[in-house]
Design a protein around this ligand. Structure first.
Ligand SMILES: Cc1ncc(COP(=O)(O)O)c(C=O)c1O
Length: 424
């Protein structure tokens, strides 16, 4: 939790009072991010590589706001992108093309053309996710008259049970659409080596997200490294990429820091005799989650014999993780309020039962005017939608103890005009 309780009982983020950001009708719902803390997160992780060749490819999907991506670029990160738009954004935010890897099971020809055509030599690697994709990438490289660096994203066949995380965010098991299954790796490697337009640069895997122990992370890394040893018999590799997935503490603990995951992975890499290869990783959540909150206004309360509801102006369209993954974000007041507390079920205005942020102990006092939903910096705004005609939330960027940028909520009328204009 990157928020800090001041001695006067008010909550701050990055040195800015959160209460001070709630004034005005359209002030909430709003995401607030501590940009300096995000930059420091990137630097700390990069420090864990010491003199080992490496790339920290920040997973842009977690939070693609310009100030956030630029801060991580300043820290020395590259980018992991999953669409042509994210690729364009990373390039425009100053990521050097050779520090970009592009994952995704279904890339369009136009998206592949962007990757192949970026910079003098294309991007760092197009991550090939199926044997069937090899020829598609080769064809785009041929059309551009270029050589394309690729890596094979391996599906290591790791079960959700081995990883101790939510099944919806595991990606490295047999039923997942992601990555080349182990039994097809040989054929995919041979297919790549047979295409003069392709250069096999590395092997990659990403087994899941919100892994709270280094042991869970190493389950996938172990399979990847064994495979890399075998592939090196016939192809020279430049890197192994163990993906993202470093967990954060949403309130239930995560003793491992991102740097711990890297230290453990480096040790395993050396033990497997692969220390000469560059080590890539693709963290998203762990760079940004703890450094962002959602500010919301309390609109109303409702009490029945069975339940106490606290209705806020942020909904599942603003923060989708609870509805999508049954995730629980802590909900706290912006200032200490004395007096009795109760278990309040915090819900939003969206017309869906899943618009529910869970039960939280909160003051009964009607003075509770605003709350913060903590650890919302990752997979928050980037998943927001306009469902129910709701405006996208505001975003506020804090650096050096002050607000350095903000995007206001759009007026309701904009959505109305947009929908009426459809098909015209
Ligand atoms: C290929 C790939 N890399 C990296 C990530 C980032 O994961 P995280 O945000 O858990 O670090 C994801 C997330 O799903 C992913 O699919």
């Amino acid at each position: 939790m990157a928020t800090h309780l001041r001695s006067d009982g008010t909550l701050e983020l990055g040195g800015v009072s959160l209460e001070s950001l709630t004034r005005g009708e359209e002030a909430t719902p709003a995401y607030v991010y501590d940009v300096d803390a995000i930059r420091a997160e990137g630097r700390e992780l990069i420090g864990a590589f010491e003199d080992q060749p490496h790339l920290v490819a920040y997973a842009v999907k977690a939070n693609s706001a310009g100030p956030v991506v630029r801060a991580l670029v300043e820290a020395g990160c590259g980018a992991d992108v999953v669409s042509g738009a994210e690729l364009m954004l990373a390039l425009a935010a100053g990521v050097s093309p050779d520090k970009i890897v592009y994952s995704g099971v279904a890339k369009s020809d136009a998206e592949l053309d962007l990757a192949v055509g970026a910079g003098p030599e294309g991007i760092g690697a197009v991550q090939i996710e199926s044997a069937e994709e090899v020829e598609r990438v080769a064809a785009r490289a041929r059309a551009a008259g270029r050589t394309c660096r690729v890596s094979l994203r391996v599906n290591p066949g790791v079960d959700a049970d081995d990883l101790d995380t939510h099944a919806y965010i595991t990606t490295g098991h047999d039923e997942a659409k992601f990555g080349v299954p182990l039994e097809s790796i040989d054929a995919a490697v041979d297919a790549i080596l047979a295409r003069p337009e392709l250069r096999l640069a590395g092997l990659a895997s990403h087994v899941g997200s919100q892994l709270t122990s280094t042991d869970a992370y190493l389950v996938g890394a172990r399979v990847l490294f064994d495979l890399a040893k075998a592939v090196r018999q016939k192809a020279s590799l430049a890197f192994v990429d163990t993906g993202g997935g470093f967990g954060i503490d949403y309130g239930e603990g995560c003793p491992a820091r991102p740097a711990d995951f890297i230290r453990a992975t480096r040790a395993l890499q050396r033990e497997r005799g692969l220390g000469d290869l560059a080590l890539y990783c693709e963290p998203g959540r762990s760079m940004v989650a703890a450094h962002g909150v959602v500010l919301a206004k309390v609109l109303q309360r409702k009490v029945s014999s069975a339940r106490r509801w606290l209705m806020i102006d942020a909904g599942m369209n603003d923060l989708m993780r609870p509805a999508l993954y049954q995730a629980l974000h802590r909900v706290v007041p912006l200032r200490a309020i004395s007096g009795p507390t109760s278990a309040w079920r915090v819900v939003g205005p969206v017309c869906e039962s899943s618009d529910d942020f869970g039960v939280h102990t909160l003051p009964d006092d009607p003075d509770l005017s605003h709350v913060a939903l903590l650890d919302a910096g990752a997979y928050g705004y980037s998943m927001a939608s306009r469902y129910n005609g709701r405006a996208l939330p505001a975003e506020v960027f804090v650096s050096g103890g002050r607000v350095t940028g903000r995007t206001d909520r759009r007026p309701m009328s904009e959505w109305v005009e947009d929908r009426l204009a459809a098909g015209r």
